[in-house]
Ligand binder design. Structure first.
Ligand code: PHE
Length: 342
């Protein structure tokens, strides 16, 4: 041992003074880390002295050990204190920095299908229609039978139905609300019935196993096909503008006679033909027709006295045309990047 214990203790004192000076001047996390390495790491100054412990006389060991431990914990504590102080001042700084831009909360908004459905509803209510609703879980009777589609009728094949039991199913269209409404009320009737429908369709760009329709039904004395065309034209103009044209093509539905499918002139190209209307100038909307006397029979309406018309309307279809969306799946994937555009 070539140094006296007193010398060593004096050196430790100097190291302590030096350390305190350095940590006082220390301004950031990096300098603080450098300081820790300098004094406390394995090859640091304090560790170097710890190695001395083995070399001093046994009776000197306790005092030197105590001095070294004191210095070591002082250094550790001061560094820890400064680290915490730095973090705290950083946090306090951020908290009070009023120039930082705020965090924008995410606002909920209406789904595009809801936007279109609301618009369709408001157009029809402005023309004197009431809103009726029916259940999505429907009985065979309302979905098919009372609509003149008995068991084994070939029209059932076109509705790939989700059956829950023999008698209960997920409605394949909103037409059962026609029957439910006529059971509840006597004419005159003037309603629309928006809602969700289900069919076992394979998913592709234009088919999805769930979709939405709006049903329309008007029953009174003297209602005729011209009234139906008039209301569809008025609706189309309100929804898509004065220049829109409509056309009806003969078709078949068991619950209407005569039956038709109706188209809107393509509002993208105005009827000259484009990608959206596949070159035809027309866009298919849905089916319509005069209520079949057989349906009136189910609800006890006198078909000698009353006549009526009914129409359907696919909401996804109209939303796709309105927003020029070419894939129905986006409505159901709930991708925020899509939904936030509405
Ligand atoms: N319910 C028919 C369908 O889903 C559409 C329709 C409604 C046809 C009303 C005529 C009258 O295809």
């Amino acid at each position: 041992m070539d140094q006296s214990l007193n010398d060593i203790i004096q050196q430790l004192q100097d190291i302590r003074t030096q350390f305190e000076k350095e940590i006082e001047a220390c301004s950031g996390a990096e300098v603080l880390e450098a300081l820790r390495i300098k004094y406390l790491s394995k090859k640091g100054i304090i560790s170097g002295y710890l190695a001395l412990l083995g070399k001093v006389a046994p009776e000197e060991r306790p005092l030197l050990g105590q001095q070294l431990n004191e210095l070591k914990s002082l250094a550790q504590n001061l560094i820890a204190e400064r680290v915490e102080g730095l973090q705290l001042s950083h946090r306090t700084h951020t908290f009070f920095d009023t120039s930082l831009p705020g965090i924008k909360p995410l606002y909920g908004r209406k789904h595009p299908l809801r936007v279109v459905q609301d618009e369709i509803k408001s157009i029809f209510t402005s023309m004197g229609f009431r809103i009726e609703m029916g259940p999505e879980l429907e009985s065979d009777y309302y979905n098919f039978e009372a609509l003149n589609i008995p068991v084994n009728h070939p029209a059932r094949d076109s509705h790939d139905t989700f059956y829950i039991t023999d008698n209960l199913l997920l409605r394949t269209h909103t037409s059962p609300v026609q029957v439910r409404t006529m059971e509840k009320f006597k004419p005159p009737i003037r309603i629309i019935a928006p809602g969700r429908c289900f069919r076992k369709d394979a998913i592709d760009a234009t088919h999805y196993p769930t979709f939405h329709q709006v049903e329309g039904l008007v029953v009174d004395e003297g209602i005729n096909f011209a009234d139906l065309k008039g209301i569809i034209l008025a609706f189309a103009k309100k929804l898509l503008g004065e220049d829109i044209k409509i056309r009806f093509r003969p078709s078949y539905f068991p619950f209407t006679e005569p039956s038709a499918e109706y188209d809107f002139s393509c509002f993208k190209c105005g009827g000259t033909g484009c990608r959206i209307c596949k070159g035809t100038g027309w866009i298919e909307i849905s089916g319509a027709g005069m209520v079949h006397p057989a349906v009136f029979k189910y609800v006890d309406y006198d078909s000698e006295k009353y006549t009526g018309y009914a129409f359907g309307m696919g909401i996804e279809r109209i939303a796709m045309l309105r927003y020029q969306i070419d894939d129905i799946r986006v409505f159901y994937e709930n991708d925020l990047r899509f939904l936030q555009q509405f």
